[in-house]
Design a binder for this molecule. Sequence first.
Ligand SMILES: Cc1cc2nc3c(=O)[nH]c(=O)nc-3n(C[C@H](O)[C@H](O)[C@H](O)COP(=O)(O)O)c2cc1C
Ligand code: SF4
Ligand code: SF4
Length: 254
Amino acid sequence: MIVYFSGTGNSRYVAEALAIRLGEKLVNAKEYIKEHRTAELSSENSYIFVAPTYSWRIPRIFSDFIEIGKFGGSSSAYFVMTCGDDIGSAGVYLNELCTRKGFTYKGVMAVVMPENYVALFNVTEKAEAEQMISAADRRIKQISGFISSGNDFPAEKLSFLASLKSRTINPIFYKHFVKSKGFRVTDKCISCGRCEELCPLNNIRLVDGMPVYGENCTHCMACICGCPTEAIEYKKRTVGKLRYYNSKSPVIDD
Ligand SMILES: Cc1cc2nc3c(=O)[nH]c(=O)nc-3n(C[C@H](O)[C@H](O)[C@H](O)COP(=O)(O)O)c2cc1C
Ligand code: SF4
Ligand code: SF4
C-alpha cells in the first residue's frame, strides 16, 4: 500500500507512478488529515510512504499522521521523499519513527522534483520542470525495482552538513518560518473556493466569497500555487513570481 501526502502535486505524481508500476493501492493522507480522521489501514505488502521534504525531513503533519495511525498487516515500511535538492539526514528520523511504530525500516530514497517553495525561493521554470519530471520517471522505475524485489533501499552516506540540516535547522525552520501570517488575497480572486478545498489543514474559509486564513498552516504551498488566478501572495516575496503546481498524470510505457 502506498500512503502519500502532497502539497503541490509532486509527491502525488510519484505515488501514482509507483502505484501503477507496483500494482499497489493508493491512500491520500490529506483526506484523513482534513477530516481529522486517524488512519486505520491494513496492507499485505510493505507500506510505501511518499511525501515532500520540508526542511530536510518529512512534513511534521505527515509524521504525526503516521505516528498516530494504525497500520495492520505488513510491518515493513519504505519511504520515498520528493525534494527540490536534497533530503539531508531525514532517514535517521524515519528509522526512529519506524522503531516507535514497530515497523522494519526498509530505507528512504529521494526523487528530485521541481521546487515548489515560492514563499522563500523561486520555483522551477516550466521547461526545466518537464526535464526534471522525465529524470524522476527513471528514478521512480529504479525505486520500484528495489521495492518489488523486497530489498532494502541502498544505505545513505550521511555528511556532517546533512545531519546539521535535519537535526538543527529543521526545528528552527518550523519555529520561525512556518506561519500562516503573511498570506494575503488580492482582487484577482474569483471566489472559486479551490484554496479552501486544497488546504490539508482546513486553514482557509471563504467568508462572503473571500478566503480568510486561520493560524494553522504547514507551508505546503497548495493554496498559493494552486490558485487558478494567482490571487494569493505571501508577504511581498511572491509578487511577480512564477507558481508551481504539478497536475500531470504519470504515463508508464516501459
Ligand atoms: C515548507 C517547504 C520546505 C521545503 N524544504 C525542502 C528541503 O529541505 N529540501 C529540498 O530539497 N526541498 C525542499 N522543499 C521543496 C519540496 O520538497 C519539493 O518541491 C517537493 O517535491 C514538493 O512536493 P509536493 O508537490 O508533493 O508538495 C521544500 C518545500 C516546502 C514547501
Ligand atoms: S483559489 Fe484563488 S481565486 Fe479561488 S477562492 Fe482561493 S484565492 Fe480566490
Ligand atoms: S494555508 Fe496554504 S500553505 Fe498553509 S497549509 Fe493551507 S494550503 Fe498549505
